[in-house]
Design a protein around this ligand. Sequence first.
Ligand code: XBP
Ligand code: MG
Length: 253
Amino acid sequence: MSTLQALIFDVDGTLADTERDGHRVAFNLAFKELGLDWHWSEALYGQLLAVTGGKERMHHYLQNFNTDFQHDDVDNLIIEAHKVKTRHYTELLAKGGLPMRPGVKRLINEARAAGLRLAISTTTTPANVTALLTHSLAADSMDWFEVIAAGDIVPAKKPAADIYLYALEKMGLAAENCLAFEDSENGIKSSLGADLKTIITTNDYTLDHDFSGAALILDGFGEADSPFSVTSGNVGDKTYLDLELLKTLHGQS
Ligand code: XBP
Ligand code: MG
C-alpha cells in the first residue's frame, strides 16, 4: 500500500475565507482607484467565481455582465487593474485582515511534526500566497511548503489539472502518496484530474457545488471545541481533521 507523504493545499476558500472579504474588496478598491464604475457585490462575486484567476475573472465579467463597457485596450486595462488589485489585497492581509480557517494551523503543525511534506496549489498570484502565509499562518511559514504552485506558473488554471501536476512533478511524488484539500468545484476537478484523493471543506460560496469524487466533504477542518459537520464520507468517531483521520482516508480505496 502507498504511504501518505504529502499534503497539498488549495489557498482561497480552503486555508482562509479570502474571497468575499479579501479578493472581492481588493477588486473593488482597484476599480475605484482606476476610475472604473465597476462594482462587484457579494452576490455577483459568487457568480464570477465560476472563473478562476483574477484577470480571467475580469474578462468574464466584461463578456457576460458588463457588455456595454468600451475601452481601446481592454487586455492592458485588466493587467493594470490586476496589479492594483494585488497591491490592495496584499496590503489588506498585511493588516492581519484575514485569519486562517479554524483547524488549519493545528493540522499543518501536526503534519509538520510528523514529517509530512507540504505544498500549495492555487490559481491566485504568488504575492497573495506569501502575504497570507506570512501574516495569517506564521512569519516563517513560506519555508514550511516545499512547493508553492501559484498563478500564471501554468498556462491553464483550475479546473485544469496542470497546477496540481506541476506541484507533484516538483515534489517528485506520485499522486497516490498525497492528499489534496479543496473548497470548490473547479478545485476538485483540478485535483481529481491529477488523480489526487481530495478532501473538501466547503464555505458559503461553495456549499452547492458538485463535489463528486471527493473522499470527504466537510464544512471545515474542525477543532476539538468546534466539531466539523460531515456532508459525505466516513470519519468514524472523529470530530475534527487530524493526521490519524487523514491516514485512514488515504488508506481507503
Ligand atoms: C482562487 C481564485 C483566485 C482568486 C483571486 O483560486 O480563483 O483567482 O480569487 O486571485 P484558489 P488572483 O481557490 O485555487 O486558490 O486575482 O491573484 O487571481
Ligand atoms: Mg479555492
